[in-house]
Design a protein. Structure first.
Length: 148
């Protein structure tokens, strides 16, 4: 094998892996908007978390003290809810696996890619309007529905 071929194979593999990561990151691009909104109105965000997840200040403070960004608190709580895992388990996985992305973290908690729960996570949050983030992408089925 020539030196050029030996160099090409690892570079091609690296390119393919980075492409997959970019595609998967785009699945959760809505979270950036959540971060911005949460930082613009932190007390409103805390109130929304309390209402949505039916938790008090102690639990909110516990989660917020262990995540990097405000929007991550929503994802940790949502992943705990969907996976039916205790928050300490979800937070421990978040701390060790967050660099791999939300999809990998969800999968590690038992939320299968392609499942209804996984698609709900990809669509967005349900903090502000009760139906999901207004920025969320519509599925093919939703696009075809007529409004009454």
């Amino acid at each position: 094998m020539t030196f050029g071929k030996m160099l090409f194979i690892p570079l091609a593999a690296l390119f393919l892996l980075s492409s997959v990561t970019v595609v998967k990151a785009a699945d959760f691009d809505w979270i950036q908007n959540l971060h911005v909104r949460a930082e613009a109105d932190a007390s409103g965000f805390r109130s929304s978390l309390a209402t949505r997840f039916n938790i008090g200040d102690v639990q909110i403070n516990a989660v917020l003290s262990q995540v990097d960004r405000l929007g991550d608190a929503y994802m940790v709580l949502r992943l705990g809810e969907m996976s039916r895992q205790p928050l300490d388990v979800v937070i421990a996985k978040y701390r060790t696996e967050k660099r791999h992305g939300w999809g990998v973290l969800a999968k590690s908690l038992g939320i299968k890619p392609g499942s209804r729960e996984f698609h709900a996570l990809k669509r967005g949050n349900d903090l502000y309007d009760g139906k999901g983030n207004s920025n969320q992408k519509k599925t093919h089925k939703e696009k075809g529905k007529k409004r009454k």
